[in-house]
Design a protein around this ligand. Structure first.
Ligand SMILES: Nc1nc2c(ncn2[C@@H]2O[C@H](COP(=O)(O)OP(=O)(O)O)[C@@H](O)[C@H]2O)c(=O)[nH]1
Ligand SMILES: [Mg+2]
Length: 249
C-alpha cells in the first residue's frame, strides 16, 4: 500500500466492497462468488491487502437476507451480511460503508453488469491516493456498453441535463460501480441526503463541488435485463433531486 492510502484514514482494512441487494435471491450467490474471486485475485497481487465483501440488503421480501447470512457463515472473515430496515440503495451503501470502514469503500451491483474484472482499475487510483472517487462510466470514450435502446436514451438525456443544469464535468452519474476514499466517506457521504437512486448523482456532484478529484473509468457494461428500477418513478425522483441540488449548492 502507498503512503497516500494510509494517510487517508486510520481504518485497518484496505477495501470494503459492498453488494447492495434487493430481492436478489436468484443472482446473489453467483454475484457474491464472482466478487470473492475478484477480491482474492486482487489481494494476491497486492501482498498484505485486507478486504471485506459486504452484502447490504434492505426491504427484500424474498430469501436475499437468508442467502446473505448463509454466505457469511460459509466464508467467515471474507463475507459479512448486513440487513437494514429502510429501503433504498443509497441508504444501504451509507450504512455499509460506515459499519465496515476501510481506506477504500466500493460497491458493485449484484448482477455484475459492470465487468468485475475491472475491480482493480476501479480501486487502485483511490487506494494509491491518485483520486478521491473512481466510478464506472458507460458514456466515457473507450466504454463498451450493451444495453437496451430505451435505457441508453434515458441515461444520455439524464446526464446531459446534469451537465446543463448542474454543470457537472463527468459523463455518467448512475453506473453501479464506484469507489470512494475514507475521506470522502467521512466528509461527503454524510452530507448526501438522498437514500435512493439519486444518491450516486448527489455524491458525485457534492464531491466535485468540494474540489475533490473524480476519476471516470470507461466501463465494460453488459445490462442485465432484470431490473428493480421503476423508470418513471426514478426519473421523477432524479429531476426533483436535481432541482434540490441546484437550490442547495
Ligand atoms: N440494498 C438495496 N439494494 C438495492 C435496492 N434497490 C436496488 N438495489 C440493488 O441495486 C443494484 C442495481 O439494481 P438493478 O435492478 O440491477 O438496476 P439497473 O441495473 O439499473 O436496472 C442491484 O444490486 C440491486 O439489488 C434497495 O432498495 N436496497
Ligand atoms: Mg442491473
Amino acid at each position: 500500500m502507498t503512503a497516500g492510502a494510509h494517510t487517508a484514514s486510520k481504518a485497518e482494512r484496505d477495501l470494503t466492497l459492498v453488494l447492495p441487494a434487493y430481492n436478489e435471491e436468484r443472482d446473489l450467490e453467483r454475484g457474491c462468488l464472482l466478487a470473492l474471486d475478484a477480491l482474492r485475485a486482487l489481494a494476491s497481487e497486492r501482498p498484505g491487502m485486507r478486504w471485506l465483501l459486504v452484502v447490504a440488503s434492505n426491504g427484500s421480501t424474498d430469501a436475499t437476507p437468508r442467502i446473505a447470512e448463509r454466505l457469511e457463515r460459509r466464508y467467515p472473515g471474507e463475507v459479512r451480511a448486513l440487513v437494514i430496515e429502510r429501503a433504498g440503495r443509497g441508504g444501504a451503501l451509507k450504512r455499509a460503508w460506515k459499519t465496515f470502514p476501510a481506506h477504500v469503500l466500493a460497491y458493485s451491483d449484484v448482477d455484475l453488469s459492470c465487468d468485475i474484472a475491472q475491480l482493480g482499475a476501479l480501486v487502485d487510483p483511490v487506494l494509491e491516493g491518485r483520486t478521491d472517487i473512481a466510478f464506472g462510466s458507460r458514456l466515457a470514450p473507450g466504454a463498451r456498453t450493451q444495453r437496451r435502446a430505451g435505457r441508453e436514451a434515458i441515461s444520455r438525456i439524464y446526464n446531459a441535463l446534469l451537465q446543463r443544469y448542474l454543470h457537472v464535468g463527468f459523463r455518467d452519474a448512475q453506473c453501479g460501480f464506484k469507489a470512494v476514499s475514507a475521506r470522502v466517506a467521512r466528509k461527503v457521504v454524510p452530507a448526501v441526503a438522498d437514500d435512493g437512486w439519486f444518491f450516486d448523482t448527489e455524491l458525485l456532484v457534492r464531491a466535485e463541488r468540494s474540489g475533490l478529484r473524480l476519476h471516470e473509468l470507461p466501463a465494460r457494461w453488459r445490462e442485465d435485463p432484470r431490473s428493480s428500477v421503476r423508470i418513471l418513478r426514478t426519473a421523477l425522483a432524479d429531476l426533483a433531486g436535481m432541482r434540490r441540488l441546484r437550490s442547495e449548492l
